[in-house]
Design a protein around this ligand. Sequence first.
Ligand code: PLP
Length: 376
Amino acid sequence: MTSIPSSRDKLLFTPGPLTTSLSVKQAMLHDAGSWDVEFNSTVANVRQKLLELGGVSRESGFEVILMQGSGTFGVESVISSVLPPNGKLLVLANGAYGERIAQMAMQLRIKHLVLRSAEDQTADLAELNRTLENDFEITNVAVVHCETTTGILNPIERIGPIIKAAGRVLIVDAMSSFGSVAIDMDAIGIDYLISSANKCVEGVPGFSFIFARRSLLLATEGFARTLSLDLLGQWKAFEKTAQFRYTPPTHAVLAFVQALKELDAEGGIAARGARYKRNHQVLIEGMERIGFKRFLPDAIQSCIITCFHFPKDPKFNFAEFYRLLSAKGMIIYPGKLTQVPTFRIGNIGRLFENDIRQLLSAIELSISEMNVTLAD
Ligand SMILES: *Cc1c(COP(=O)(O)O)cnc(C)c1O
């Protein structure tokens, strides 16, 4: 257990980049030309397939736009492109990714207001209602679905109708949930939803994708504050030339095609969600047995990533713990909380119950190697 088989990469118990299947990696062993009709029809198919996966269609008024870069680039594309020149963004934040959206607004000099809740709590909906009633300047509201900082699942199905009733535009960062959690965009009232190739769809990093309500997207002419992240500009290019505006992430797109096939073969979003739930269940039972305490209560905990408290024993040292696990072929994730020392274990990606069990044995062994006691 102390050395990694050279034929196999370390397992990534992280929320992206994540462990991908061999076939997804193999799909990248081709050079595709950006002007090539074959590649362009691949891109068109990917966009069509994403609409189906998202449970929406052009007929129901939705579009999908692919955007180069990691997930953050996709979020920044939306924030920088769809806020009217005098618009104001309300950000619901209970973790680092909500704060990142606020930081984008600040950097873009977009008027904004942050409604913060504690990292282990979802937004106060009465306060949200009051804020929207009292502040007529607010045009758009942004919320993170699964806040990957803790793994908390924010109740977008309750937040959406409030935003809609107040007549505002709703932007959802569903980066780490799309593909494993069912999201009814139309019923919730989502206007823009962002996710990326290397989260629950299990592709490789390289681009994000954005669902947009067409009527709203078309009304954003002239709003874009950057050239390369211009969402409407990118959509127009896809419609007119079937191409990305600038060099496409060709290999990542080829891998994504394979990843979509594998998602289908697994049984779609429900089946993938069920695998992650099983992974999560095995993880929390095992961690509890070893003596670790979780940060979040069950009711708001997603099956995407789980946040654990550091053991109280002063002999516990995260850097050392990480190193010992890494030497056993397992990569976990540091905490991102502002207040409490924690670490995180993701169970998305090409990971199965057996991988989680292997991780649990490695954790148990590493804890004993560090001579850490996990009693209260
Ligand atoms: C992963 C993630 C992002 C994007 O992060 P990148 O590192 O840019 O891919 C954004 N929001 C959430 C909630 C995420 O989990």
